[in-house]
Structures are given as structure tokens and as C-alpha cells.
Write a protein that binds this ligand. Structure first.
Ligand code: FRU
Length: 532
């Protein structure tokens, strides 16, 4: 063992001993000593370390980024008047090169430009490379939902805004919608994509429990071509449509949407179907929806092309979700403590893989995050045998990535607890229980004021009955001040939750109910603060 490794090992053993002592003395004064004396003040507030957050006030839906002049323009719905209790959102811009840190550029479409002078809702932005709309080659065009002030009942309709300065400031294309409401309560969130086969634009729109498809040659005149409907998935919002090449070389269309599977025990995140889009309508290979995230808090998700050099945009795509849930949207610890309500997930890279009779999207964290690594250490293997109690502390901190392989018996119930308090009573639990994995935040203060949304369970649909009655899972756990995102088995399953853990709650322990659970290949990384 090298000198450095020996020093590392001794310090890990000391840390384990010290923290085990802390556990047996449930006293917050002692727990405070866990905080590294070098901890900066940034680590002691609720501003996430490595997640994109709104600088202040309110943010909801992310808008699909576009690549302009060598950077990504990332727009989001922003309410700068949130603390004054004034509703409405603008289309706000943040720019980024790496999709980890972002530079705030202010409102791109201010509230005042909305037809009702109050609110711009979700939509999508495109770069009009072919000058189809006549605003000039490479004009940046956004088609968004707003309330149609030309009608007495102010229904939702689609309005066009254009920019000739690279998407930093937009002008309204008149006060009339480019797609008026035909009499529907829900008629919003246009996602516009270029259809190369038919040389025209396509729009997918959320219309209650239906998604509507439209086509246009010029982004201004739209004609309906088809619909896709589903029951039991609530009111659709923020639909998505894109092509991907699967690992078997075949190319497919994917239709996604913000959906609510609450009534059937499914997530309310981003549902999707893999299938065929013929330019007019979409037909899935399998009728049953899949979910890009199995947690509580990954909503209004958008996906977009990875423009990195040498990347095949069809095999690799980015995705981001808003880490909140309309059912308890105002109840955030960040608003209470830091004056902002708006945290997005990590950007992920998604890939399509053949699975059974269909195809499944796998997710991986944005590899650009690695450049922000502050510390990285390998931890010794851990195992716990057959006790119900926490038995080992394997790390500490409030913002980190912990990755490991977990090996457990098929009949066992085991897992890890993190953001745990010194007295052991508060924690978030990631557990493996027979055929299921779950993420349970019931032992932390819960964002859900109705005290319902505690645990999300996912059925492991393969890998379960392996030889020797053992299952092995690869786990990448991203914990930040108020969030957890867990990628399991190379991102086959992902669960994202808001957590309202206290900042002192920084322990990690391992538990097992009936037999041995082993954690190997443990790596713990911390990250530099990306935003003050
Ligand atoms: C989704 C959503 C969209 C709408 C926007 C309004 O979170 O409800 O359907 O455009 O938020 O803020």
C-alpha cells in the first residue's frame, strides 16, 4: 500500500470510529462536530452545491435548450414577483457551455409581452436555419402558450415570439395566436420539431388526456394531423417528440409527456412510448407507458440534442426535469430559508436500449459534472450481517455522489440510509426488498403537506432471480442539499426526490434485515459550488 493510500485508510478508519461514537451519543452538539471545520459557509446553507437553481424568487418548467453561437440557451418559466404574491411567469434565459453551470441572462420574453400582460407558459424554441418563417436565417423562434386576450374567456392558445439577437430578447409576432384554441380547457405547451423527411415543422400539444399533432411549413400556419390519447394518466403537460437510435441500430420515435399516474400507483413524472411517427400521428410499439423517472419530483421534463463534437445526436440526448411537484409546490425549504423556490435535476444523458419486446431509455448523469469534482475517495468495502440496526457509517456530508455495487440475497431487505441525523431518527432510505427497490423519505421532514408521498417503489423487472439467490446492483447516488437522484443498474431505473433534510443530517449508514449485504467499489465524490 502506498504511503498516500495508508494515510487515506487510517483517516477513513478514524472517521468511522469517530462517527460511530457520534451515533451512540445522540446529541446535536456532538453531531455538529461532524461538519468539517473547513466547510465553507456555502455548504451550510440550502443552496444546492451542484444543481441548477433559480437565483431568487420562483422557477417552474425548464424549456428545451437550443444551441446558439456556441452555447446552450436554456430558458425556464420565472416569476420575479413571487415574493410580492403576484402570479405569472416570464421566459427567462440562462446560458451554459457544459450544462452544469449557467449564466443568468435575464428575461428573454418578459411578462409584459404576454397577450394578457401577465404570463408566458411553456413552449419551445427552435433555430430557424432555413428561414422558413421569414424573420431571417437562424432567427430564434419560440412558440409558447399564453392566455388569448382577444377572446372574452381568455383560453390557452399558442403565440409566436422571435429573436434576431441569438435568443436573448424576443419580440411578439402580433397579439393574435398562431394556433387559436378550438374550445378546449387544456390546450398548451407546444413542442416544435423539424421533420426532415417531410421538410416541415411538427408540433405536439397537450390537450387534456390527449396529445395533438400539427404540421406547418412556416411556424405560423398550423394544421392538425392526428391525436394520441390515454386514460388514467391525468392531464398531460409539456409533451416531447424526438428520434433515437437504439443499441441494436434501429431508429425509433419517442413520444414523451408530463403525466400523472397517481390513480394507478404510477409516478407523475415523464411518461414515454417508443414507436413510429409518420409525420402525422404516433403509434407506439407497446401501449403501456414507461417512465423516465420513478421518483416524486422530476416534472415538466425536456430532452434535447447533445451538440458535442463527435456525438451522434441520435444515440445520445440530454434531459432535465424540474424537481418539484404541483401537489406541494410552494412547500420548499429553499424558499423558507434562502428566498428561492426552483431547483432542477442534474442534466442526464439518455440512451435507447432494446429490452424484451420493446425499447427502454437508460439515463446517466451529465459527464461534464466530473470537472467540478472537489474531492474523490475510494472507501473500503462494507458489509452488514443480519441486524436490523444501522451498523456502519461509511461517509459523511450533505452534497456528494456515492457510487457502489450492492450485493444482497433475493430474500433479504437491505439498503442504505443517508442524510441521517446523529441520533439515527431522521434519514432517507434507499432499500432493496426482494423484487423491489424503493426510495423512502418518510423519516425526514416531508415536502408533501398531505403526508402521502413518502415512498416510491419500483419493480426490478429483471436481474432478480440470479444464481446463488443473490442480486447485485450498481448504484449511483447523487445527494445535494435538498435533493436525491439515484441511478440504478446503469440508469435503467432512476428515482428523483426532493428531501427537506436538516443540514446537520449528514451521516450514511447501511442496514440489512436478514442476511449479509455487501457494498463494494465504493467511491465518494464531492463537488465545487456551481452557483452562489
Ligand atoms: C407544467 C405547467 C404547464 C404550463 C406551466 C404554467 O408544470 O402546468 O402545463 O405551461 O406549467 O406555469
Amino acid at each position: 500500500m502506498s504511503h498516500m493510500n495508508m494515510v487515506k485508510h487510517i483517516s477513513i478508519i478514524l472517521a468511522v470510529l469517530l462517527l460511530s461514537l457520534t451515533i451512540s451519543h445522540p446529541d446535536l452538539a456532538v453531531a455538529k462536530q461532524n461538519i468539517d471545520p473547513n466547510t465553507s459557509t456555502a455548504e451550510l446553507n440550502y443552496r444546492p452545491t451542484y444543481h441548477f437553481t433559480v437565483p431568487s424568487e420562483w422557477m417552474n418548467d425548464p424549456q428545451r435548450p437550443v444551441y446558439v453561437n456556441g452555447h446552450y440557451n436554456f430558458y425556464y418559466l420565472y416569476n420575479g414577483d413571487y415574493s410580492k404574491n403576484i402570479i405569472g411567469t416570464s421566459y427567462h434565459l440562462a446560458q451554459s457551455n457544459d450544462l452544469v453551470s449557467f449564466q443568468d441572462k435575464g428575461d428573454a420574453i418578459p411578462k409584459a409581452l404576454a397577450p394578457d400582460g401577465k404570463s408566458i407558459w411553456s413552449g419551445s424554441t427552435v433555430v430557424d436555419e432555413r428561414n422558413t418563417a421569414g424573420f431571417g436565417k437562424n432567427a430564434v423562434v419560440s412558440i409558447v402558450t399564453a392566455l388569448d386576450a382577444t377572446k372574452p374567456d381568455r383560453p390557452q392558445a399558442q403565440f409566436l415570439y422571435y429573436s434576431i439577437d441569438g435568443g436573448e430578447h424576443f419580440k411578439a409576432y402580433g397579439q393574435q395566436p398562431v394556433l387559436a384554441n378550438p374550445g378546449k380547457t387544456d390546450f398548451r405547451d407546444p413542442k416544435v420539431v423539424w421533420d426532415p423527411e417531410n421538410n416541415r415543422w411538427v408540433m405536439v400539444l397537450a390537450e387534456g388526456n390527449q396529445l395533438g399533432f400539427y404540421q406547418s411549413k412556416n411556424l405560423v400556419h398550423w394544421e392538425k394531423t392526428g391525436t394520441f390519447s390515454k386514460d388514467n394518466l391525468g392531464v398531460f403537460e409539456c409533451p416531447d417528440l424526438f428520434q433515437m437510435k437504439a443499441d441494436d441500430g434501429s431508429i425509433h420515435w419517442i413520444l414523451g409527456t408530463g403525466a400523472n399516474g397517481k390513480s394507478i400507483g404510477e409516478p407523475n413524472t415523464y411518461a414515454y412510448w417508443v414507436g413510429n411517427f409518420d409525420g402525422k400521428t404516433f403509434r407506439p410499439i407497446n401501449e403501456k407507458e414507461q417512465w423516465l423517472d420513478q421518483g416524486w419530483d422530476w416534472y415538466a421534463g425536456v430532452t434535447w440534442e447533445n451538440y458535442s463534437k463527435d456525438n451522434d445526436p441520435l444515440t445520445n440526448r440530454y434531459a432535465i426535469g424540474w424537481m418539484n411537484n404541483w401537489d406541494y409546490v410552494t412547500n420548499t425549504v429553499t424558499w423558507e430559508k434562502e428566498g428561492f423556490n426552483g431547483t432542477d435535476s442534474l442534466v442526464r444523458v439518455i440512451n435507447l436500449k432494446k429490452e424484451g419486446t420493446g425499447y427502454h431509455l437508460y439515463s446517466a448523469p451529465n459527464p461534464n459534472l466530473e470537472a467540478y469534482t472537489k474531492t474523490e475517495k475510494t472507501l473500503p468495502n462494507q458489509s452488514v450481517n443480519g441486524t436490523k440496526e444501522k451498523t456502519r457509517v461509511i461517509g459523511t456530508g450533505v452534497s456528494y455522489e456515492l457510487s457502489f455495487n450492492l450485493q444482497t440475497k433475493n430474500t433479504n431487505h437491505a439498503g442504505i440510509r443517508f442524510r441521517q441525523s446523529a441520533d439515527g431518527t431522521r434519514f432517507v432510505e434507499l432499500g432493496f426488498d426482494g423484487k423491489e427497490i424503493y426510495l423512502d423519505r418518510s423519516s425526514t421532514p416531508n415536502p408533501d403537506q398531505y403526508l402521502k408521498r413518502f415512498e416510491r417503489t419500483t419493480v426490478l423487472n429483471d436481474q432478480w432471480a440470479t444464481k446463488n439467490d443473490q442480486q447485485v446492483h450498481h448504484v449511483q447516488l447523487f445527494v445535494d442539499k435538498t435533493t436525491v437522484e439515484v441511478f440504478i443498474d446503469n440508469g435503467k431505473y432512476v428515482m428523483s426526490d426532493v428531501i427537506n433534510s436538516e443540514l446537520n443530517d449528514d451521516l450514511i449508514t447501511l442496514f440489512s434485515d436478514a442476511s449479509t449485504v455487501k457494498l463494494t467499489n465504493l467511491r465518494l465524490s464531492t463537488f465545487n459550488q456551481i452557483q452562489d
